[in-house]
Design a protein around this ligand. Sequence first.
Ligand SMILES: [Fe+2]
Length: 255
Amino acid sequence: MSGVASSSLAAGPGAARGLLDAPGLGVVAVPRPSLDDLPYREFVRQLLQRQGFKLDFNGQPPDGAVAMVADQLLGPGTFARERAQLVGDIAALADHMQGVAGGPPPMVSIRTFFAPGDLVWHVDRLHDPEAFRLVWPIGRPAGMRVTLRDNIDARIHRAYMRREHPLLCRLDTRVARTGAEVETLWAHRPAQLAAMVSGEFPFVIDPALEWEIAPGAASIHRVETPGHPGTWHRSSWSNRRAPGLQIVITAASYE
Ligand SMILES: [Fe+2]
């Protein structure tokens, strides 16, 4: 069994959706050019050197949202052509995702900050009938890891999170506010830190049943909804200092 399939944008949303509906599949990789091959690479590199940020578009069109970030971090009007090219790519991916889910225009967010909580296996949840998320992390060394819900022991995970969730939230906030290193902030929690480094957590049933998405690829996975299981995922430890520019597009179905 392979948990990862691949489908290009050109193949269309129907092809990606067909794969996502197949049982036993966790994620569809969507090949993208690597950072070095993107026409707006210099723009992205400059953004990556600034303070980490997260921006939810909240229905604002991509050009307004990208302009806001770029004006603030790099100066008004800088990289005008590159902004437009990035916005074009985001719009194409959002169209694709709307086609995959068959619902309203998707939610888009971009971010460069790293949340250590992403190092812990988790599933994203929404209340829609069905929902799908595309993640395109530009310029990070390692790809996202995925596994299927069947590989998670729900009882152990619940107990684990009862203890760890508030601590992880606090850790995320402290890293976002101070930029401090996870290793330093959790030096007093060596076992939890070791799990983040190795990706081995007590609630994973078979650690061999995980797949890595190619580092520069975008990927689409199912978000857990009341009627459908979602794909579990985690970030790789080697991304903690280079999380990349993450473009996240979430699309839900009408029914
Ligand atoms: Fe997630």
